[in-house]
Design a protein around this ligand. Structure first.
Ligand code: R5P
Length: 313
């Protein structure tokens, strides 16, 4: 097996390499003056089982293009099998036509990855499980849940754990929320967002009694932070004791950090699928947990033709 990293998240790639005790393959990734990307793999990869680590986070187009170009270089260097390890799969939210004459960009990106020559794809918490069907190659979609479960057991006291209420910030996240709640024998609540009429303010209804409860919001993505911060306010207004959040992918576009800082949220826990700028690292309300061990173990199992689903019980 060989591990190669693009420039998107080299820290995560190094941590995965440490977990597997496999060095990262040397690669040069450069830019021509006109910003076209050039790559050169500095080691023989002929006949190798390659795992290429490159989340397609912002700048999504650059990171995606780099992923495609490295895959092309690997194909032309006669790699035996290429697994695109894309822990955060950008463009995933454009997974259906939202109106006339609009694209399904998630499908287009899936086509590009397989056309470039990837043999398999490995993701974590894809925005919608059905996106796996956009690929005509095998995909493994890991769940961040075990990482969150361990962290909650570690950071919340016994009395807090006995009082937990897991909350989905929208109806789309209910399955994920119920699954984690089950591990703690806890209840779930759902935030039902409605805009009564176009142009009128959104109304947040909470399905479930959150008064006096230790609430944990769960989501796959935090982008501008609007969904999460508004949901947290609605929970507090309904009497929640405290509101924390566990989110797999910290997209955190502006003004997310300002919103989180001013919000009623006690803490936002994200994973390291996306490399974060200093501004995020400096925010006292945001904490990162690592998915390197989870990814490393999944890569080891794929390389050895072992079950990946066994990782999730
Ligand atoms: C939406 O379906 C996703 O699961 C997230 O809830 C959404 O992308 C969060 O966006 P924002 O942080 O900008 O409200």
């Amino acid at each position: 097996m060989k591990l190669i990293s693009g420039t998107s998240n080299p820290t995560l790639a190094r941590e995965i390499a440490d977990v597997l005790d496999v060095p990262l393959t040397s690669i040069d990734i450069e830019r021509f003056r006109d910003q076209e990307i050039f790559v050169k793999i500095n080691e023989n990869v002929r006949g190798e089982d390659i795992f290429l680590i490159q989340p397609t986070s912002a700048p999504a187009n650059d990171h995606l293009m780099e992923l495609l170009i490295i895959i092309d270089a690997l194909v032309r260097a006669s790699a035996k099998r290429i697994t695109a390890v894309v822990p955060y799969f950008g463009y995933a939210r454009q997974d259906r036509k939202t109106g006339g004459r609009t694209p399904i960009s998630a499908k287009l990106v899936a086509n590009l990855v397989s056309k470039a020559g990837a043999d398999r794809v490995l993701n974590i918490d894809l925005h919608a499980g059905q996106i796996q069907g956009f690929f005509d190659i095998p995909t493994d979609n890991l769940f961040g849940q075990p990482v969150f479960e361990a962290d909650i057991k570690d950071k919340f006291s016994k009395s807090e754990r006995d009082n937990l209420m897991f909350v989905s910030p929208d109806t789309g996240g209910v399955v994920r929320t119920r699954s984690l709640a089950k591990q703690f024998n806890a209840d779930i609540a759902i935030v039902d967002k409605r805009r009564p009429k176009a142009g009128e303010a959104e109304v947040m209804n909470i399905i479930g009694d959150v008064a006096g409860r230790t609430c944990i919001l769960l989501d796959d993505i935090i982008d501008s932070g609007g969904t999460l911060c508004n949901a947290a306010t609605a929970l507090k207004d309904k009497g929640a004791n405290s509101v924390s959040a566990y989110i797999t992918h910290g997209v955190l576009s502006d003004p997310a950090i300002e919103r989180i800082t001013k919000s009623v949220l006690k803490e936002v826990v994200i994973t390291d699928t996306i490399s974060q700028p200093q501004k995020v690292k400096d925010c006292p309300k945001v904490r990162e947990v690592s998915v390197a061990t989870l990814l490393g173990e999944a890569i080891r199992r794929i390389a050895n033709d072992e079950s990946v689903s066994k990782l999730f019980g």
